[in-house]
Design a protein around this ligand. Sequence first.
Ligand code: PEP
Ligand code: MG
Length: 594
Amino acid sequence: MEAFDAKRTMVIKGIGVSPGIVVGKAYLFDRFDTQVPLYHLNSKTAVAQEVKRFKAALKATEIQLQELKTKLRDLGGLEPLYIIDVHIMILKDRRFIEKTVENIHAQAVNAEWALRITIDKYREIFEKMEEDYLRGRIADIQFVGQGILRNLAGKKRQTAREIGEAVILVAKELSPADTAQIKIDKFLGFATDFGGKTSHTAIVAQSMGIPAVVGLEKITKEVKTNDDLIVDGSSGVVIINPDPEILRRYEGKKKHYLDLKAISIGEASLAAITQDNYRIEIGGNIEFTEEIPSALEHGADNIGLYRTEFIYINREQLPTEEEHFAHYRSIVGVPGLAWTTIRTFDLGGEKFFSDPKLGREMNPQMGLRAIRFCLKEIELFKVQLRAIAKASYFGKTRLLFPMISGLEEIRQAKQVFYEVRDQLAADGIPVGNDIEIGIMIEVPAAVVIADALAKEVDFFSIGTNDLIQYALAIDRVNERVTYLYEPLHPAVLRLVTQVVKIGHAAGIRVAMCGEMAAEPNYAMILLGLELDELSMTPSAIPRIKRIIRGSTLEESKKLLKKVMTFSLASETRDYVEAYMRERFPAEFLINGNS
Ligand code: PEP
Ligand code: MG
């Protein structure tokens, strides 16, 4: 079967959502699979022992299958017994065993990894089969493989985190549950079939500062575990089994990218002040408190968005007030960060929460999400608000409510907050008295009534990820409509302009914390809008700061005025890209067609 050793170079284009270039081995993640560690064996004895370990696991799996068969026979019924016989046959298949042993020898790798390579190769062959029934048999091979893996794991307690080598994760899509389950820190980059610029995969990759390309549609079909892979998160390209020439070019590109990044980081602590002295505050968006060092290192002036829903992810029990407080306390008052913007949890939509009580929604993006959920589950909401009120005693804190679509919601949310804060104070517990309250502007209705909302709050923060989704009616995680996701759509620019104007007329600050704020091409446009703050994934900060420091407010306003005359998004995009490339040639080299 020649398919076993064929290795051809293939390029797949998707959406680059986290910049950088990585070259490494692929690891195909199957949600129903167990994670497989990779490590190299450094002596002949170790290789021989590994083969023994593999054979012992085969034996153990066979015994378990025989026991299962006996149990099922006692219960009656014929079909399952036949299936188990098929599984035992696979287990004893000479080629299956030999191929894995050969992989252990040839690559000097552990049995789990060697087995995974064999299974992936079988999968590739079976998937090409015409007959549905035969194609479906790969499930049996995977089932047997999992049994062996379990036995291997039982004998060896080491985990991927302790001994594994870092690999590139290839998956259909990563849900928050997946990222909690896998040893996320073992990955060099991500490549997924689904997802868009604001999908969970994108957010996690950005916060880890590793390259990622999503929306590749068929990457899981084309890639096998152990394939060589290049992930270029800057241009959205993934190359499978690159030939030596491509590999060499990409090693060069990677170095160039890292050099540029190093220069930017060096200057990142400087304030974002334009040549004509307009200052814009640059915040960091974080999901985990562990990201604070990265935010500081990349030059965040403050935390502009802490997505607290990540505290709830993949848990059996709800977090207690003390747990919430511990998280908030570790951010509030950190030296070097002027303030911390804590957004109350935004669960629902694409965001995951393991409470089965919530059930499934047909259209979760428009469902019981964020503030709607909080106001329904007031007690749960109060737990979080109490912790925020207590933490605000220790440093400048801003409280941010997501998905506000009407006055009632913000009034009610504020009332609940003041209630818990006053109660804490009455109980003699120290709380901050000068907490600022703001709302996310991410529902078009909030833009329309921004004048009324502005009277209720101290600041606005424009969430372009959702604002674009709702304004243009595009599901932000549906790759089929990604092509319509256009921050430069005239409707989006007009909405944003309106929010800034209304906010400033009411005397409140206006920030932007959606992904739009992180795009270097848009930096001058956002400057021209006179936004007070931009907040973004930390690794994007150095470039944005550099561009702002190299610009003037005056020219940015001119650029904005010009693009506001265009009626096509494509005109704006072409114009802005050409303008930025000419104005900042060094910044746009890596994204260019070099
Ligand atoms: C947004 O919608 O732009 C935003 C920042 O919030 P999130 O991405 O968490 O929905
Ligand atoms: Mg949002």
